[in-house]
Design a protein around this ligand. Structure first.
Ligand code: SAH
Length: 396
């Protein structure tokens, strides 16, 4: 067993709950190169020799240690014992969500103290993502645990993630167990969604927006709805299910709009109107045509993918939000979102505030939402709180 001692500053950070430690944070930094190989579980002690639990160690990325909580005794578990305990605990915490809907996140990386692992469930299909070498080479163990608990039709690894390069892992999609399933339907809050595990965004769907979809369903009754960056219409379907009088979707992807058409049919909804085009242009056209909406949904892709992109990204968010606010009818609402990790909540709100400057009506912040409770944010790791949703209301 390997025990790693931390330097003083790193000890303080770790005791406060920060889970990532760098090579320089270790008292004997050479230890990292010699004995860690392709990642392993180690014990960690602070500078006073006190136990800080276990960590996943890696020599491949700048992050040498990812703390993953306490473990009884003073040994380290095998990777199988570790994954079994942590995955079972994560599933137990989400039992209510599992009963409520056939689609949800089962494991959310650091929040569940399994750094580098995501597991999503779409009915009888499971999709996993591994972003560390240790988890990547343990995927067959993960699959075994999941087969025992769920007997799924398929377990797919959607490892086509660019961040895998930080651990020198290839971008690939691998069938781990079962037969290939191209499409699976899930039901959420009474609405069917079509999920494509191989080809859909993320692991097949934006599971994290479930609280906002539920709220949109409630707000949509009798509303004229505009869904900007609609993708396959996650929000549009919620709006139709909630009794919207009209729904207009805008996206540049033909495939996404076709899938939305199919999803509407599946739910026996009237087909929404669809505009295939650039949201920035469409906002301008709608304004020229003096079209107004009671509910505008604005959920763009992440504009700030790195710290360097924050400044330009903010401009994008500001212009979009300004354009969207100007399409609101009196009393109308804007559901505005940002999934940029690098744009902190305060800065996002400041950006929307800038967007609303000089508008000839009042704008209220009616509600603040984030990802669902199956994507729990760790209080002590603000990085896990990446999704920001604000519901704004125009009231003259
Ligand atoms: N709101 C969706 C997720 C949006 S994902 C949901 O809840 O499911 C972002 C979408 O924006 C993608 O479908 C992509 O095709 C689209 N997109 C990106 N840039 C665009 C642009 N400039 N104009 C129109 N669509 C765009």
């Amino acid at each position: 067993m390997l025990v790693i001692d931390l330097e003083k500053n790193a000890s303080r950070l770790a005791r406060r709950g920060h889970p990532w430690l760098y090579k320089d944070d270790l008292r004997d930094s050479d230890l990292v190169d010699e004995s860690l190989g392709q990642g392993r579980i180690v014990r960690v002690r602070d500078n006073d020799g006190r136990d800080l639990g276990i960590a996943c160690a890696s020599t491949r990325s700048k992050i040498a240690l990812r703390l993953c909580g306490s473990w009884p005794g003073d040994e380290v578990p095998t990777i199988e014992q570790f994954l079994t305990q942590r995955i079972e605990r994560a599933i137990e915490m989400r039992q209510d969500r599992i009963e409520e809907s056939s689609g949800q996140r089962l494991v959310h990386g650091e929040s569940d103290q399994i750094p580098g692992l995501v597991i999503d469930r779409y009915a009888d299909v499971l999709v996993v993502q591994a972003t560390t070498i240790l988890i990547d080479r343990s995927l067959s163990i993960v699959a075994k645990i999941l087969e025992r608990i769920f007997q799924p039709r398929m377990i797919l690894a959607r490892n086509d993630l660019s961040i895998r390069k930080f651990e020198r892992l290839p971008e690939e999609v691998v069938l781990l167990a079962g037969e290939p399933v191209e499409r699976v339907n899930i039901e959420e809050n009474g609405i069917q969604h079509i999920v494509r595990p191989y080809a859909g965004h993320k692991t097949g769907m934006y599971l994290d927006q479930q609280p906002a979809r539920n709220r949109v369903k409630e707000l949509a009754a009798g509303a004229r709805v505009l869904d900007l960056f609609s993708y396959q219409g996650g929000f549009s379907m919620a709006a139709l299910g909630g009794g919207a009088t009209s729904v207009q979707m805008v996206d540049q992807s033909e495939t996404a709009l076709e899938l939305a058409q199919e999803t509407a049919l599946l739910n026996h909804f009237d087909a929404p109107e669809m505009i295939k085009g650039n949201v920035f242009d469409v906002i301008r056209d709608l304004r020229d045509q003096q079209q107004y909406f009671d509910l505008v949904l604005l959920d763009p892709p992440a504009f700030c993918k790195s710290r360097r992109e924050v400044e330009g990204g903010i401009r994008g968010y500001r212009d979009l939000n300004r354009g969207a606010l100007r399409l609101l009818a009196p009393g109308g609402r804007l559901v505005t979102c940002s999934c940029s990790h690098h744009l902190k909540a305060e800065l996002f709100e400041e950006t929307i505030r800038q967007a609303a400057l000089d508008l000839p009506f009042r704008v209220f912040v009616e509600q603040r939402l984030g990802s669902g409770r199956d994507h729990p944010a760790l209080l002590r790791l603000p990085e896990t709180e990446y999704l920001k949703v604000r519901i704004l209301r125009r009231w003259d």
